[in-house]
Design a protein around this ligand. Structure first.
Ligand code: ATP
Ligand code: MG
Length: 466
């Protein structure tokens, strides 16, 4: 009997009794370098196929429409009957379109934004139709970072960008990850590094080199030549690399594989000009090109590494969000990430402040308005205990809202990216409501930080003016 069971194999784990000749028969020839190109080409073909399914005839992504139910439930807080009455009384306002005679009315996001502006101007002052944004203050920059891969950086940043846009903010998304996931989500077209943030960094270095060269000339020394690439960058502004997306109020600075080149180029520049403050490059260029006045919130997605691009993104940020799962490995690794952040920024400050002290200048001290870790992909049935422990040790640094694991994410791949782009009719209402709720809560926790830091700054300005 016992032998029969063995033969049937039902109780044997699958890694026993593998026949070497059978294994050989299934094996391909060894792979050379060219083999990678073949795999890459197959993936690219599949990707193009997938991508084409979510795009219109011109090969562009298109944002779905929003129904009266969704608008009055999530976007403009008025009763449906009132909403309909106001539209009827104002025939100049967008009236929406319906799929069937007398069916539900659907609106584009542009139309929703127009309607919201109308309700804000006409409606009750007690309701906050438009989100808080103190006048005259620059946009807030938000970096989403963790050197651990796959913790939900891009998903979190993309969903926050979309919820901020739905809320009425004008949003810029900067993809600093050469994997370009964020760029795919927003349907960006990037041919090479010249359509990424790279030329902004190059120009910042070029400007520095020009100043240095002036000093050299003044001293009678020979100037350092600007190479062709730097010359080209000196002509470029942020407007040259910002592209529109299928969201009317989200713009993008995209990324592509070549952006990785920056990780090699930046240290070479820094070697050539030791006094170049590479960590200021992104902020100062965005500032100089007026970008901080054109947007309300800027989200920066970073690669799973603490390279030069990430350092630039982190030092540009006012708010730093660090996503991580409630697992031992992610908690452990996130702790090490903060360790690395500490030593990296401390060593930059130390290096700068040695020189500053010698020259009697004020020293450099990095500062972030707010730093929060955020639990992502949370499974309350399995991870409650670990999450509670993380909360106990991290305290206020850990955002109190845990972002649940939801099947709505990543499900439709390239077609729609996440909850805000999905049509609720494609899901069971319950699943949709739960998925949406967890990302709405993630946004609410973030918005509280955003409004708080803006308010702090507005009050400081007010006091300084008194
Ligand atoms: N709340 C969630 N529920 C379910 N799946 C999620 C959730 N958040 C993220 N994911 C999935 O987890 C995976 C990793 O997410 P994401 O790409 O956002 O991580 P990342 O930190 O940006 O990765 P990388 O380090 O490669 O940049 C993706 O497949 C994504 O769809
Ligand atoms: Mg990512």
């Amino acid at each position: 009997m016992a032998r029969d069971i063995h033969k049937a194999g039902s109780s044997l784990p699958p890694y026993f009794s593998i026949d070497p000749d059978a294994a050989l028969a299934e094996l391909d020839a060894p792979t050379g370098t060219a083999g990678f190109a073949g795999i890459a080409a197959a993936c690219a073909a599949g990707r193009t196929d997938l991508a084409s399914r979510g795009m219109n005839e011109e090969g562009k992504k298109e944002l779905r429409l929003f129904s009266t139910w969704e608008i009055t439930r999530y976007l403009i807080p008025v009763a449906q009957a009132h909403f309909r009455r106001v539209l009827k009384a104002n025939p100049d306002l967008p009236q929406g379109r319906s799929e069937t005679e007398g069916g539900a009315k659907w609106f584009t996001l542009e139309e929703v934004l127009r309607l919201r502006a109308f309700f804000a101007a006409q409606g009750s002052k007690a309701k906050d139709y438009q989100p808080y944004r103190p006048e005259g203050l620059p946009a807030k920059m938000v970096a989403v970072a963790n050197f651990k891969g796959g913790v939900g950086k891009t998903s979190t940043a993309a969903h926050l960008a979309m919820s901020a846009a739905l809320d009425g903010y004008k949003v810029l998304v900067i993809d600093l990850d050469s994997q370009g996931s964020m760029t795919s989500i927003f349907g960006g077209k990037v041919d090479d590094e010249w359509q990424t943030a790279f030329p902004l960094l190059a120009r910042h270095y070029g400007e520095h080199l020009r100043l240095e060269n002036q000093r050299r000339l003044d001293r009678g020394d020979a100037p350092q030549p600007l190479d062709e690439a730097l010359d080209a960058a000196m002509e470029m502004t942020a407007q040259d690399v910002i592209q529109n997306t299928h969201w009317p109020n989200i713009d993008l600075i995209g990324a592509q594989l070549n952006l990785y080149w920056a990780e090699f180029q930046i240290p070479v520049w820094r070697m050539a000009a030791r006094s170049w403050k590479l960590w200021d490059a992104l902020t100062e260029r965005l500032e100089a090109d007026g970008v901080l006045d054109q947007y309300d919130v800027i989200f920066i997605d970073t690669p799973p590494a603490l390279g030069y691009l990430t350092i630039n993104g982190l030092s540009a940020a006012d708010i730093l969000l660090v996503p991580m799962g409630a697992s031992f490995l992610e908690f452990d690794s996130t702790g090490r990430f903060f360790d690395m952040l500490h030593s990296t920024f401390a060593s930059i400050e130390e290096g700068e402040n040695l020189a500053a002290r010698a020259l009697g200048r004020p020293g450099l001290a990095f500062e972030w308005d707010a730093v929060r870790t955020v639990i992502t992909r949370y499974d309350s049935a399995q991870q409650g205990e670990l999450a509670a422990l993380m909360q106990a040790y991290m305290g206020r640094v850990l955002s109190p809202h845990k972002q649940d694991f939801t099947a709505l994410i990543g499900q439709a791949g390239e077609q729609v990216s996440g909850i805000y782009e999905a049509d609720y009719r494609d899901f069971n209402r319950e699943t949709y409501a739960r998925g949406r709720e967890t990302f709405d809560e993630t946004y609410a926790a973030f918005k509280k930080l955003l409004i708080g830091v803006w308010r702090r700054e507005a009050l400081q300005e007010q006091r300084a003016a008194e």
